[in-house]
Design a protein. Sequence first.
Length: 258
Amino acid sequence: MNKNIEEAFEKTRLAGSIAAQALDEVVSFIKPGVTTEQIDELCYKVIKDNGAYSAPLFYRGFPKSCCTSANHIVCHGIPKDKVLNEGDIINIDVTAIKDGWHGDTSRMFSVGEISVKANHLIKTTYESMMKAISILNDKSTVGDIGFTIQSYVEKEGFSVVRDFCGHGLGRSFHKEPNILHYGKQGSGYKLYEGMIFTIEPMINEGLADTKTLNDGWTAVTKDKKLSAQFEHTVGITKDGYEIFTSSKKGLDFPPYKK
C-alpha cells in the first residue's frame, strides 16, 4: 500500500470513527417521546466535540446535521419536531468531516417494541450489507456488490431501492463510482486497491418504488410500507477490505446493548 493510500485510509478511519461514535451515543438516547430534532442536536454535538464537522449541514441546502428517516421514509428525512412513538423504526445517517476527509455511516434503530415484520426487514438489510462487504477485494466489481445484495434481499421477500445508491468518498462527500445495490455478477466498475466508498442498501418491505416529497429531500416508499437502511464506509485493500465506520462498542446491529 503506497503512502497516498495509507494517508487516505488513516484520515477516513478517523472521520469514520467519529461518525460511528455519534450513532453509538444515539443508542442510549433514543426512546418513545424523543424528537428527530433532538437526535440531530445530539449527533451535531458529538461530531463537533471531536473536532469534526457534520457534512450534511447546508450541503446543497440541506438544513440539518444528519438524516432521520422513520418508517416509510427511505432516506434524507429532515430532523424536526416529529416525536418518535413506540413501534417506530428509524434510520439515522451521519457523516463527519475531519481534516478534510469524510466518514459516512447509518444504522437502524427501534423505538421500543417493534413488529416481527419490521425486525425481519432490519435484519435482512443489515445482513445484505455485510454479505456484500464480505466479498470485497481488488478483483471484484460493483456488479458483484449489487448482485450479492439483490439476490439475498429478494430471497427474503423484500425489494431493493433503485433510485439511490452508494458512492465514492474521500475529500469529496459524493464522487464516482456509484455503488448500485442491485446488478449482475462481474459487471460494472472494477474495484482496485485504495478505493473508498459507501455501501448503503435501502430495502423496502413492499415495492421498490419511491417518491420525493415537496421539501426536495425526503424520499418515501410509494406504497407507504416500511423501509430500512444500513451504511458503512469501506476501503479496498490488496487482498480484501477495511470497514472505517464500525462501532468500537460493538453497536453495529440491534438490539443494541445500552
